[in-house]
Design a protein around this ligand. Structure first.
Ligand code: AMP
Length: 391
Protein backbone atom coordinates (compact mmCIF):
# COMPACT_ATOMS: atom_id res chain seq x y z
CA UNK A 1 0.00 0.00 0.00
CA UNK A 2 1.18 3.53 -0.72
CA UNK A 3 1.18 5.30 2.65
CA UNK A 4 -1.37 8.09 3.27
CA UNK A 5 1.69 10.27 3.88
CA UNK A 6 5.37 9.91 4.79
CA UNK A 7 6.22 11.74 7.98
CA UNK A 8 9.68 12.66 9.25
CA UNK A 9 9.45 13.08 13.01
CA UNK A 10 12.24 15.21 14.52
CA UNK A 11 12.48 14.16 18.16
CA UNK A 12 11.46 10.73 19.43
CA UNK A 13 10.33 11.13 23.03
CA UNK A 14 7.11 9.96 24.68
CA UNK A 15 5.00 12.55 22.87
CA UNK A 16 6.49 11.46 19.57
CA UNK A 17 5.75 7.83 20.36
CA UNK A 18 2.03 8.47 20.77
CA UNK A 19 2.06 10.66 17.66
CA UNK A 20 3.63 7.85 15.61
CA UNK A 21 0.88 5.47 16.72
CA UNK A 22 -1.80 8.03 15.80
CA UNK A 23 -0.25 8.51 12.33
CA UNK A 24 0.10 4.81 11.68
CA UNK A 25 -3.55 4.26 12.49
CA UNK A 26 -4.27 6.57 9.55
CA UNK A 27 -1.99 4.67 7.19
CA UNK A 28 1.10 6.88 7.39
CA UNK A 29 4.73 5.81 7.26
CA UNK A 30 6.85 7.47 9.96
CA UNK A 31 10.61 7.88 10.21
CA UNK A 32 11.59 8.78 13.78
CA UNK A 33 14.76 10.80 14.44
CA UNK A 34 16.71 11.61 17.57
CA UNK A 35 20.27 11.89 18.87
CA UNK A 36 20.18 8.45 20.50
CA UNK A 37 19.13 4.98 19.37
CA UNK A 38 16.06 3.14 20.64
CA UNK A 39 14.29 6.35 21.71
CA UNK A 40 10.58 5.89 22.59
CA UNK A 41 9.12 6.89 19.19
CA UNK A 42 11.70 4.79 17.32
CA UNK A 43 10.31 1.70 19.06
CA UNK A 44 7.04 2.05 17.13
CA UNK A 45 8.13 3.86 13.94
CA UNK A 46 8.69 2.32 10.48
CA UNK A 47 12.30 3.51 10.38
CA UNK A 48 14.73 5.50 12.51
CA UNK A 49 17.62 7.92 11.97
CA UNK A 50 20.06 8.72 14.75
CA UNK A 51 21.84 12.07 14.32
CA UNK A 52 22.31 15.50 15.88
CA UNK A 53 19.31 17.54 14.72
CA UNK A 54 21.17 20.77 15.47
CA UNK A 55 23.45 19.87 12.56
CA UNK A 56 21.81 21.52 9.53
CA UNK A 57 23.71 19.55 6.88
CA UNK A 58 22.73 16.22 8.45
CA UNK A 59 19.13 17.36 8.77
CA UNK A 60 19.03 18.21 5.06
CA UNK A 61 20.59 14.87 4.12
CA UNK A 62 17.93 12.95 6.09
CA UNK A 63 15.11 15.00 4.50
CA UNK A 64 16.50 14.38 1.00
CA UNK A 65 16.91 10.68 1.71
CA UNK A 66 13.33 10.08 2.92
CA UNK A 67 11.53 12.82 0.93
CA UNK A 68 8.72 13.19 3.53
CA UNK A 69 5.37 14.81 2.83
CA UNK A 70 5.53 16.41 6.30
CA UNK A 71 8.47 17.30 8.55
CA UNK A 72 7.15 17.26 12.12
CA UNK A 73 9.35 18.69 14.90
CA UNK A 74 8.69 17.17 18.31
CA UNK A 75 11.34 19.07 20.26
CA UNK A 76 12.87 22.54 20.22
CA UNK A 77 16.56 21.66 19.82
CA UNK A 78 16.57 21.52 16.01
CA UNK A 79 18.53 23.64 13.51
CA UNK A 80 15.45 25.73 12.73
CA UNK A 81 17.31 27.92 10.18
CA UNK A 82 17.57 24.76 8.07
CA UNK A 83 13.82 24.17 8.44
CA UNK A 84 13.25 27.70 7.11
CA UNK A 85 15.52 26.95 4.14
CA UNK A 86 13.83 23.59 3.45
CA UNK A 87 10.38 25.16 3.63
CA UNK A 88 11.45 27.77 1.09
CA UNK A 89 12.41 24.92 -1.25
CA UNK A 90 8.92 23.45 -0.96
CA UNK A 91 9.25 20.93 1.90
CA UNK A 92 6.34 21.06 4.32
CA UNK A 93 7.28 21.89 7.92
CA UNK A 94 4.61 21.43 10.63
CA UNK A 95 2.99 23.72 11.46
CA UNK A 96 5.38 26.19 9.75
CA UNK A 97 9.12 26.80 9.89
CA UNK A 98 8.35 30.24 11.33
CA UNK A 99 6.45 28.68 14.25
CA UNK A 100 9.34 26.33 15.10
CA UNK A 101 11.88 29.15 14.83
CA UNK A 102 9.93 31.62 16.98
CA UNK A 103 8.95 29.17 19.72
CA UNK A 104 12.49 27.87 20.11
CA UNK A 105 13.40 31.20 21.72
CA UNK A 106 11.41 32.70 24.57
CA UNK A 107 12.32 36.21 23.40
CA UNK A 108 11.10 35.65 19.83
CA UNK A 109 7.69 34.30 20.83
CA UNK A 110 7.33 36.97 23.54
CA UNK A 111 8.11 39.72 21.01
CA UNK A 112 5.40 38.30 18.74
CA UNK A 113 2.77 37.77 21.46
CA UNK A 114 3.28 40.91 23.53
CA UNK A 115 4.85 43.20 20.96
CA UNK A 116 3.16 42.46 17.65
CA UNK A 117 -0.16 40.94 18.78
CA UNK A 118 -0.58 42.96 21.98
CA UNK A 119 -1.52 39.94 24.14
CA UNK A 120 -1.44 40.38 27.91
CA UNK A 121 1.81 38.95 29.36
CA UNK A 122 3.76 39.50 32.58
CA UNK A 123 6.06 42.57 32.43
CA UNK A 124 9.49 41.55 31.12
CA UNK A 125 12.96 42.67 30.05
CA UNK A 126 15.86 40.83 28.42
CA UNK A 127 19.46 40.81 29.70
CA UNK A 128 22.76 39.63 28.25
CA UNK A 129 24.99 40.34 31.27
CA UNK A 130 24.61 40.50 35.02
CA UNK A 131 24.67 44.28 34.88
CA UNK A 132 21.81 44.26 32.37
CA UNK A 133 19.92 41.83 34.56
CA UNK A 134 20.21 44.27 37.47
CA UNK A 135 18.74 47.01 35.33
CA UNK A 136 16.02 44.64 34.09
CA UNK A 137 15.14 43.72 37.69
CA UNK A 138 14.90 47.41 38.54
CA UNK A 139 12.41 47.92 35.73
CA UNK A 140 10.30 44.78 36.32
CA UNK A 141 10.41 44.76 40.14
CA UNK A 142 10.52 41.82 42.60
CA UNK A 143 9.62 39.00 42.79
CA UNK A 144 10.64 38.02 39.29
CA UNK A 145 11.41 34.87 37.34
CA UNK A 146 14.70 34.57 35.43
CA UNK A 147 14.83 32.11 32.51
CA UNK A 148 17.38 31.52 29.75
CA UNK A 149 15.74 32.48 26.43
CA UNK A 150 16.76 29.07 25.10
CA UNK A 151 15.87 26.30 27.53
CA UNK A 152 13.02 23.96 28.32
CA UNK A 153 11.53 21.98 31.21
CA UNK A 154 12.48 24.67 33.71
CA UNK A 155 16.23 24.34 33.08
CA UNK A 156 18.12 27.37 34.39
CA UNK A 157 14.89 28.93 35.65
CA UNK A 158 14.58 30.48 39.12
CA UNK A 159 12.40 32.86 41.09
CA UNK A 160 14.17 35.86 42.60
CA UNK A 161 12.69 37.54 45.67
CA UNK A 162 15.24 40.32 46.13
CA UNK A 163 18.49 41.79 44.83
CA UNK A 164 20.63 39.50 47.01
CA UNK A 165 19.38 36.47 45.03
CA UNK A 166 19.95 37.98 41.61
CA UNK A 167 23.54 36.91 41.01
CA UNK A 168 22.79 33.27 41.86
CA UNK A 169 19.86 33.37 39.40
CA UNK A 170 22.15 34.78 36.68
CA UNK A 171 24.73 32.04 37.23
CA UNK A 172 22.04 29.34 37.35
CA UNK A 173 20.51 30.61 34.09
CA UNK A 174 23.92 30.69 32.35
CA UNK A 175 24.55 27.09 33.42
CA UNK A 176 21.11 25.95 32.14
CA UNK A 177 21.28 27.64 28.74
CA UNK A 178 21.01 25.74 25.51
CA UNK A 179 22.51 27.11 22.33
CA UNK A 180 25.05 29.85 21.96
CA UNK A 181 23.16 32.91 23.12
CA UNK A 182 23.84 34.15 26.65
CA UNK A 183 20.50 35.87 27.07
CA UNK A 184 17.82 35.69 29.75
CA UNK A 185 14.29 36.95 30.13
CA UNK A 186 13.43 38.51 33.50
CA UNK A 187 9.68 38.52 33.91
CA UNK A 188 7.40 39.60 36.70
CA UNK A 189 6.29 36.73 38.96
CA UNK A 190 2.59 36.13 38.37
CA UNK A 191 0.72 35.26 41.54
CA UNK A 192 -1.80 33.21 39.57
CA UNK A 193 -4.82 31.32 40.91
CA UNK A 194 -4.08 28.52 38.45
CA UNK A 195 -2.42 27.88 35.10
CA UNK A 196 -3.80 26.11 32.06
CA UNK A 197 -2.78 24.66 28.74
CA UNK A 198 -5.30 25.36 26.01
CA UNK A 199 -4.80 22.78 23.27
CA UNK A 200 -5.66 24.62 20.07
CA UNK A 201 -6.02 22.88 16.73
CA UNK A 202 -5.47 24.83 13.53
CA UNK A 203 -6.94 22.65 10.79
CA UNK A 204 -8.33 22.86 7.26
CA UNK A 205 -11.81 23.36 8.74
CA UNK A 206 -10.81 26.16 11.14
CA UNK A 207 -9.52 26.65 14.69
CA UNK A 208 -10.76 24.28 17.41
CA UNK A 209 -10.19 24.16 21.18
CA UNK A 210 -9.97 21.30 23.63
CA UNK A 211 -11.35 21.84 27.13
CA UNK A 212 -8.73 23.65 29.27
CA UNK A 213 -6.12 21.50 31.01
CA UNK A 214 -5.03 22.48 34.51
CA UNK A 215 -1.56 21.49 35.68
CA UNK A 216 0.86 21.60 38.58
CA UNK A 217 4.52 22.29 37.99
CA UNK A 218 7.50 21.74 40.24
CA UNK A 219 10.89 23.13 39.32
CA UNK A 220 9.45 24.20 35.96
CA UNK A 221 8.41 20.65 35.01
CA UNK A 222 4.90 19.22 35.05
CA UNK A 223 3.86 16.70 37.70
CA UNK A 224 0.09 16.47 37.30
CA UNK A 225 -2.47 17.63 34.77
CA UNK A 226 -6.25 17.45 34.68
CA UNK A 227 -9.07 18.17 32.25
CA UNK A 228 -11.49 19.89 32.12
CA UNK A 229 -10.04 22.55 34.42
CA UNK A 230 -12.78 24.58 36.10
CA UNK A 231 -12.66 28.06 34.61
CA UNK A 232 -14.92 31.10 34.50
CA UNK A 233 -16.53 31.46 31.08
CA UNK A 234 -15.24 35.00 30.64
CA UNK A 235 -11.68 33.83 31.32
CA UNK A 236 -12.02 30.93 28.88
CA UNK A 237 -13.34 33.27 26.20
CA UNK A 238 -10.29 35.51 26.64
CA UNK A 239 -7.88 32.58 26.53
CA UNK A 240 -9.50 31.20 23.36
CA UNK A 241 -9.39 34.59 21.66
CA UNK A 242 -5.69 35.00 22.50
CA UNK A 243 -4.86 31.44 21.42
CA UNK A 244 -6.64 31.92 18.08
CA UNK A 245 -4.69 35.12 17.42
CA UNK A 246 -1.32 33.58 18.16
CA UNK A 247 -1.87 30.36 16.18
CA UNK A 248 -3.19 32.36 13.23
CA UNK A 249 -0.05 34.49 13.35
CA UNK A 250 2.13 31.35 13.29
CA UNK A 251 0.07 29.69 10.55
CA UNK A 252 0.04 26.15 9.18
CA UNK A 253 -1.91 23.13 10.37
CA UNK A 254 -1.38 21.23 13.60
CA UNK A 255 -2.11 21.22 17.32
CA UNK A 256 -0.59 23.87 19.60
CA UNK A 257 -0.28 23.87 23.41
CA UNK A 258 -0.98 27.46 24.47
CA UNK A 259 -0.15 28.21 28.11
CA UNK A 260 -1.85 30.81 30.28
CA UNK A 261 -1.80 32.02 33.88
CA UNK A 262 -5.24 32.86 35.27
CA UNK A 263 -6.00 35.23 38.13
CA UNK A 264 -9.70 35.83 38.61
CA UNK A 265 -10.92 36.84 35.18
CA UNK A 266 -7.50 38.10 34.16
CA UNK A 267 -5.77 35.82 31.64
CA UNK A 268 -2.03 36.18 31.02
CA UNK A 269 -0.31 34.55 28.05
CA UNK A 270 2.80 32.61 29.08
CA UNK A 271 4.17 30.64 26.12
CA UNK A 272 3.26 27.99 23.58
CA UNK A 273 4.42 24.82 21.85
CA UNK A 274 3.59 24.38 18.14
CA UNK A 275 3.02 20.67 18.81
CA UNK A 276 1.42 18.36 21.41
CA UNK A 277 2.18 19.41 24.98
CA UNK A 278 3.31 17.18 27.84
CA UNK A 279 0.42 18.30 30.07
CA UNK A 280 -1.87 17.13 27.23
CA UNK A 281 -1.03 13.46 27.84
CA UNK A 282 -4.24 13.46 29.87
CA UNK A 283 -6.14 13.53 26.55
CA UNK A 284 -5.11 9.88 26.07
CA UNK A 285 -7.98 9.07 28.45
CA UNK A 286 -10.10 12.22 28.55
CA UNK A 287 -11.00 12.65 24.88
CA UNK A 288 -12.14 10.37 22.06
CA UNK A 289 -9.32 11.84 20.00
CA UNK A 290 -6.09 12.50 21.92
CA UNK A 291 -3.90 15.54 21.26
CA UNK A 292 -1.75 13.20 19.12
CA UNK A 293 -4.72 12.08 17.02
CA UNK A 294 -5.72 15.71 16.57
CA UNK A 295 -2.20 16.76 15.52
CA UNK A 296 -2.19 13.94 12.93
CA UNK A 297 -5.66 14.83 11.63
CA UNK A 298 -4.80 18.52 11.28
CA UNK A 299 -1.53 17.77 9.47
CA UNK A 300 -3.27 15.42 7.04
CA UNK A 301 -6.02 17.94 6.27
CA UNK A 302 -8.73 15.80 7.91
CA UNK A 303 -11.84 17.16 9.70
CA UNK A 304 -11.87 17.83 13.45
CA UNK A 305 -15.11 16.78 15.21
CA UNK A 306 -16.57 18.58 18.27
CA UNK A 307 -14.16 18.09 21.19
CA UNK A 308 -15.39 17.07 24.63
CA UNK A 309 -13.51 15.88 27.70
CA UNK A 310 -14.61 13.53 30.49
CA UNK A 311 -13.12 14.36 33.91
CA UNK A 312 -9.59 12.94 33.82
CA UNK A 313 -6.07 13.42 35.12
CA UNK A 314 -2.45 12.41 34.60
CA UNK A 315 0.43 12.06 37.09
CA UNK A 316 4.04 11.44 36.10
CA UNK A 317 6.59 8.85 37.16
CA UNK A 318 10.03 10.44 37.55
CA UNK A 319 13.38 8.70 37.95
CA UNK A 320 15.68 9.62 40.82
CA UNK A 321 19.09 8.44 39.64
CA UNK A 322 21.10 7.47 36.60
CA UNK A 323 20.53 3.78 35.85
CA UNK A 324 20.88 1.57 32.79
CA UNK A 325 19.88 -1.63 34.50
CA UNK A 326 16.37 -1.12 35.84
CA UNK A 327 12.77 -2.29 35.65
CA UNK A 328 9.49 -0.54 36.32
CA UNK A 329 7.26 -2.42 38.73
CA UNK A 330 3.85 -2.01 40.28
CA UNK A 331 1.76 -1.94 37.09
CA UNK A 332 -0.94 -4.23 38.49
CA UNK A 333 -1.30 -2.21 41.71
CA UNK A 334 -1.33 1.04 39.74
CA UNK A 335 -4.08 -0.22 37.47
CA UNK A 336 -6.38 -1.40 40.27
CA UNK A 337 -8.99 1.27 39.50
CA UNK A 338 -11.52 2.27 42.19
CA UNK A 339 -15.15 1.57 41.17
CA UNK A 340 -16.49 3.98 38.58
CA UNK A 341 -13.05 5.02 37.38
CA UNK A 342 -10.69 3.97 34.62
CA UNK A 343 -6.92 3.80 35.10
CA UNK A 344 -4.24 3.29 32.48
CA UNK A 345 -0.47 3.61 32.42
CA UNK A 346 2.00 4.54 29.69
CA UNK A 347 5.61 3.44 30.13
CA UNK A 348 7.77 5.33 27.68
CA UNK A 349 10.50 2.71 27.21
CA UNK A 350 13.43 5.12 27.69
CA UNK A 351 16.57 3.01 27.82
CA UNK A 352 18.27 4.96 30.64
CA UNK A 353 17.02 6.78 33.75
CA UNK A 354 18.39 10.12 34.95
CA UNK A 355 17.45 12.22 37.99
CA UNK A 356 14.12 13.88 37.22
CA UNK A 357 13.66 12.09 33.87
CA UNK A 358 10.04 11.27 33.03
CA UNK A 359 9.71 7.51 32.59
CA UNK A 360 5.97 7.01 32.50
CA UNK A 361 2.60 8.48 33.31
CA UNK A 362 -0.52 7.25 35.13
CA UNK A 363 -3.83 8.25 33.54
CA UNK A 364 -7.22 8.20 35.23
CA UNK A 365 -10.74 9.17 34.30
CA UNK A 366 -13.67 9.37 36.69
CA UNK A 367 -16.68 10.35 34.57
CA UNK A 368 -19.28 10.39 37.35
CA UNK A 369 -17.06 11.75 40.10
CA UNK A 370 -15.30 14.74 38.56
CA UNK A 371 -11.85 16.08 37.86
CA UNK A 372 -10.71 16.39 41.51
CA UNK A 373 -11.42 12.72 42.10
CA UNK A 374 -9.61 11.81 38.85
CA UNK A 375 -6.56 13.71 40.15
CA UNK A 376 -6.56 11.73 43.39
CA UNK A 377 -6.82 8.46 41.47
CA UNK A 378 -4.03 9.37 39.01
CA UNK A 379 -1.67 10.45 41.80
CA UNK A 380 -2.40 7.28 43.79
CA UNK A 381 -1.79 5.16 40.67
CA UNK A 382 1.53 6.88 39.88
CA UNK A 383 2.66 6.36 43.48
CA UNK A 384 2.31 2.57 42.98
CA UNK A 385 4.85 2.59 40.13
CA UNK A 386 8.43 1.96 41.24
CA UNK A 387 11.76 1.93 39.44
CA UNK A 388 13.70 -1.11 40.64
CA UNK A 389 17.41 -1.02 39.93
CA UNK A 390 19.77 -3.89 39.23
CA UNK A 391 21.67 -3.68 42.55
P1 AMP B 1 7.84 27.87 31.52
O1 AMP B 1 9.03 27.01 31.16
O2 AMP B 1 8.03 29.30 31.13
O3 AMP B 1 6.55 27.29 31.03
O4 AMP B 1 7.75 27.85 33.10
C1 AMP B 1 7.49 26.67 33.80
C2 AMP B 1 6.58 26.93 34.98
O5 AMP B 1 7.18 27.87 35.89
C3 AMP B 1 5.25 27.55 34.60
O6 AMP B 1 4.34 26.58 34.17
C4 AMP B 1 4.85 28.19 35.94
O7 AMP B 1 4.36 27.24 36.86
C5 AMP B 1 6.18 28.71 36.45
N1 AMP B 1 6.39 30.10 35.98
C6 AMP B 1 7.03 30.48 34.87
N2 AMP B 1 7.01 31.81 34.70
C7 AMP B 1 6.32 32.33 35.75
C8 AMP B 1 5.95 33.64 36.16
N3 AMP B 1 6.28 34.73 35.46
N4 AMP B 1 5.24 33.75 37.28
C9 AMP B 1 4.90 32.68 38.02
N5 AMP B 1 5.23 31.42 37.69
C10 AMP B 1 5.93 31.22 36.58
Amino acid sequence: MTPTATILLLGSGELGKEFVISCQRLGCRVIACDAYADAPAMQVADAAEVFDMLDGAKLRAVVEKHRPDHIVPEIEAIRTEMLVELEREGWQVVPTAKATRLTMNRDAIRDLAAGELGLVTSPYRYAESFEELRQAAGAVGYPLVVKPVMSSSGKGQSTVRGEDELEAAWRYACAGMRGDRQRVIAEGFVDFDYEITLLTVRAADGVHFCAPIGHRQEGGDYRESWQPAAMAEAALDKAQAMAARVVDALGGHGLFGVEFFVKGEEVIFSELSPRPHDTGMVTLVSQNLSEFDLHARAILGLPIPPLNARPSASAVLLAEAHEEDFAIEGLAEAMAAPPGSHVDVRLFGKPVTRPGRRMGVALASAPGAGTERAREIAVAAASKLRIRTGD
